[in-house]
Design a protein. Sequence first.
Lengths: 320, 275
Amino acid sequence: MNPEMTKGIHLGGVSRSFGEIRAVDNLTIDAPRGSVAVLLGPNGAGKTTTVRLITGSLKPNAGSISVLGMDPAVDGDEIRRRSGVVPPKPALYDRLTGQDNLEYAARIWDADPSRIAEAAARFGIDHALHMKVAGYSTGMRTRLALARAVLHDPEILLLDEPTAGLDPESARAVLDLIRELAGSGRTVIMATHLLHEAEGIADQVILMGAGQARAAGHPTELAARYMKDPVVIVDAENRDLLKDLDRYNGVKGSVWNGALHVTLDSIEILPDVVAGLVADGVRLTRIEPMAATLEHLYFEMQRQLREDNPGAIPPPEVPA
Amino acid sequence: MSWSKVWTVARIDLHRLFISKDYWIPMVILGAIFFVFIPWVLLGVVTRPQSLEIVSQIGDVLTSLPGAASDVVRGETPQARAAYSLAVFLLAPVAIVVPLTISSAVGAQAIVGERERGIGEFLAHSPLQIREIYAGKLLASAIPGYVATLVGFGVYSLIVNFRAGPIVGGWFFPTVGWWLLIFWVVPPFLLVALSIIVRLSARVQSTAAAQQAASLVSLPIIMASYVASSGFVLDPTLAALIVGSVAWIFAIWGVASGAKAISRERLLGVGIDTA
């Protein structure tokens, strides 16, 4: 078998410009079949352009793309037939009913119309299929768009901000579905700027900025790479005594963020630090080794990348 | 290219139009003005016994026509000949104006409207071929205008025969020229205009700009149809055959090459301002 066929999606050094703007710049992504890759980055990072390049709706200026072993520039129609896309805006016919919208998609993708009810039920929108989409809430629209994307049982699922406007319960259902689809061999690429969404579902996180993959890997791997030093959250009744914590052996630094976030050389020295604090009369109320969440990881990566490449990544904008 | 996919694209647009009263009510009014109100009033005026002055003026015009043209006009009295000429020749361009106006309103939105509604993104990521999308949009634009024309033609025939038939000497409409006009001349004129309008719709930035451009395209085509219809006075059958044949050549070329103006990038709105 062609080794490309075992792959889900591969982008190799892909670039795409719009006039002077380089939306995607030398981007390389490998998303094997049955995996979930999360494109993480702020607005304008190139996530939507990446999704459009994968379906062949946009052509790259440079680099190679392979989807299910096919080149989107040559076999775009076949790739799109086997893909389900949820665009950032749901792209629905407002004046038609939910049922009409799904029937239209079923005809385009040659999907079995009997799957409409099943897909709608999966996203809890089956009760509203008779209503015109104009009367739908944002969450209902997104759920209808999701139902439409899975109607033809696609092998590739490309979700561009799929939980935008969803209530927490619906968002959780979407993320569960993504996990389920990946488990059944589908390749999922999800673009988001919401860090917590990627938590727990991503086999691979691609941190994007200015069209480039700034860092990529499994969250654990990235945590090991970017968060080498363990962080412990410390709090006490007599907080003023914590201000001298940096003088303890093995403490690299601390920062106050609701509680004290203390960076250690290694987790092994934590008992010594605790013993020292108790001996100094600190009445501890909290000692909690901090799990490396994607959010911490994201900001740590951004910070380190900014340090390594001054000027390459602008600091985050502070709202006025 | 799959015709079932073309029809799928066309059908959803037609469905949308059908349930949009804000679209079809003005269009019905427009058709009624041109196919019902104007002929009803004009034929009513000409056939009134008190309209002798107008009738004699029209009669003067008819007598000044070359012999061949004058022979085509039926009717024993000046009033009958005036009514016949009005029904058969002078109102013929209406058959072009109505479908063009109705269809260009749809065609102007064909691509840019989808883009503005966000549907362009959906279509761009779909397995539909660009030619299927283009042909579907063209069909969805042409059908409302042409159906309105066919219905209008039927109603117009009844009005003409009802108003002018008694004095011309029985039911005389539609003539061979009108049959050819409706089934041989109007379709290619419509397709020529729409092939240009749908192209423009893919290139402009907004629906408003597309409507402006559509007006610019429709106007010369309507004027061309007026000029062409003057030939109908000389020999309606021959004129319809010649005008229709030329229009079909342009229509086939326009339709065949029009798909090139559409691309997935344009459906997404990419590079529109550089087009």
